[in-house]
Design a protein around this ligand. Structure first.
Ligand code: HEM
Length: 486
């Protein structure tokens, strides 16, 4: 390999034949990669099966990938599960190019604009109220907070994406639907052997992955087909809904499509039904897992930090007053709650390795040569716990964010020590959607109830992690809710 100083490759730990460094990653790769980076430095070159992979583990390296050289690092690798489940025509998992650019434009301008997100306000407030009612009505001692939060998140996102008039193709929004969504997200988060060692793809078949992907994607496809047909039917009879405030993602995509057809596209990509299904499903997949995972982690951290719990509750209760109900008007006042969520993102980064990127051309990272078509992983979790960048990096200290401008929060690409949403061209376009849904849910749970671990169990919650599409709390969060009366 050339090592004339100009084309020096990043350092690489010792790997195994065939599988390379793949078996070294273990069940929680962000942790293994952090330990490896402590030894080999902030830029490493690994070989995952046959795929050369560069790992960035410092704020400076992340800044170079997502800002200074963003374009060179702006593609995504092919992933077999994504191709099956989101048709290879979505936006989060497609390579950089004209299709991605136009999908991203539609998404940022139409689906996730500030105005659109605001239009879902009533829906979020209804789902939060329903969640509070569910806690009140839940029998027995302990509430399954994980299930509660999953159902809130699914409610908000599926209503935003598909509207709330449909019966979900006979699945009626109940258990079957929850199961379908859960299977879908689990599969999407599954790394297949075939991605890394193509001639070992038979292992995936043997493990039943292919059959499961086929079954789940057929069910999801039937559901989406049905939803699109329902939407078209309704639109035909009611032309356009006058009130733009009630338009869901499917409506918006159908509009974009019809308008493009009207002007004969003029060189634009026309989003046909497959693209519409793919993009709406993509939003769903990108939004649900990440949001609910973070909310569960936030409740878990607060249970283990009673002082901080008390402080957020005091804040929410004094902002809302006695006998009230949290609305989105209260959110700007909840500064400490914002710090709590931000600190949870830092410590429990739901996508600790973000989404993988791929280089489009030969480039550099911190002076090392990075060849075209390398896979690139950013260890956002390790960066957010870097002891040279953070004080008491492993402790839950929401106060550390108190000095931030918390209104214009999560401006991506400002502080590369904190990148839970990535940044640059491929940065998350859904922050504005995620933040109010999370703040409202958390404020509602904390306003109405005092929360405790069930009596007779351990005094502290085990914070073990489980890796999936995002990294979540391994245990199911069971808590006792005591209604608050001032
Ligand atoms: C807690 C909430 C969320 C977290 C932590 C999160 C995190 C991320 C991350 C790390 C990426 C990859 C960024 C990169 O490569 O630089 C991403 C991409 C993306 N996110 Fe989010 N996200 C969240 C919520 C949402 C929501 C609510 C939506 C939509 C409603 C959404 C839609 C997307 C899409 C479409 C992409 C792909 C962007 C592209 O490849 O161009 N996300 N997100």
């Amino acid at each position: 390999k050339p090592s004339d100083g100009r084309r020096r490759l990043p350092p690489s730990p010792l790997g195994l034949p065939v599988l390379g460094h793949l078996p070294l990653l273990g069940p929680l790769p962000h942790r293994k990669l952090q330990a490896m980076a402590a030894k080999h430095g902030p830029v490493m070159l690994l070989r995952l099966g046959r795929v050369p992979t560069v790992v960035a583990s410092s704020a400076a390296a992340a800044q170079e990938v997502m800002k200074t050289r963003d374009l060179a690092f702006a593609s995504r690798p092919r992933m077999r599960m994504a191709e099956r489940l989101v048709y290879g025509r979505d936006m989060a998992f497609v390579p950089y190019g004209e299709y991605w650019r136009q999908a991203r434009r539609v998404c940022v301008l139409h689906l996730l604009s500030h105005r659109r997100v605001l239009s879902f306000r009533r829906l979020r407030e209804q789902e939060a109220a329903a969640m509070v009612d569910r806690v009140r009505a839940s029998p027995g001692d302990a509430v399954n907070v994980t299930a509660l939060i999953i159902s809130y998140t699914n409610g908000v996102i599926s209503r935003a994406a598909f509207g709330d008039e449909q019966s979900y193709g006979g699945l009626d929004g109940g258990e079957k639907l929850t199961k379908l969504f859960a299977d879908f997200e689990e599969l999407l988060g599954t790394v297949t052997m075939g991605d890394f060692v193509p001639w070992l793809a038979w292992v995936d078949t043997l493990m039943g992955l292919d059959a499961r992907a086929k079954r789940t994607s057929a069910q999801m496809d039937a559901l989406l087909e049905r939803l699109i047909a329902d939407h078209r039917h309704r639109r035909r009879y009611r032309r356009r809904r006058e009130d733009d405030g009630h338009r869901d993602f499917l409506d918006v995509m159908l509009d974009v499509n019809e308008e493009a057809e009207k002007d004969d596209a003029g060189g634009r990509v026309v989003f046909d039904d497959v693209a519409i299904k793919a993009i709406v499903l993509d939003m769903f997949a990108a939004a649900t897992d990440t949001t609910y995972t973070t909310l569960v982690w936030t409740m878990a951290e607060l249970i283990n930090h009673p002082h901080e719990m008390r402080r957020v509750q005091d804040e929410v209760r004094s902002a809302v007053g006695d006998g009230g109900r949290v609305t989105e008007d209260h959110l700007p006042k909840l500064r400490y709650l914002k710090c709590v969520i931000k600190e949870t993102f830092r410590l429990r980064t739901p996508l600790p390795l973000l989404l993988p990127r791929e280089t489009m051309e030969d480039t550099e990272l911190l002076g090392y040569h990075v060849p075209a078509r390398s896979r690139v992983i950013i260890n956002a979790w390790a960066i957010a716990r870097d002891p040279t960048a953070w004080e008491r990096p492993d402790e839950f200290v929401p106060e550390r964010f108190a000095g931030d401008d918390l209104t214009a929060d999560y401006l991506l690409g400002q502080d590369f020590r904190f990148v839970p949403f990535g940044a640059g061209r491929r940065g998350c376009p859904g922050v504005g959607f995620a933040v109010p849904s999370m703040e409202l849910a958390l404020a509602s749970l904390l306003y109405h109830f005092d929360w405790e671990l069930p009596a007779g169990g351990p005094a502290k919650l085990e914070m073990d992690e489980l890796n999936g599409l995002s990294v979540r709390l391994k245990a199911t969060l069971l808590l006792v809710a005591k209604p608050w009366s001032p």
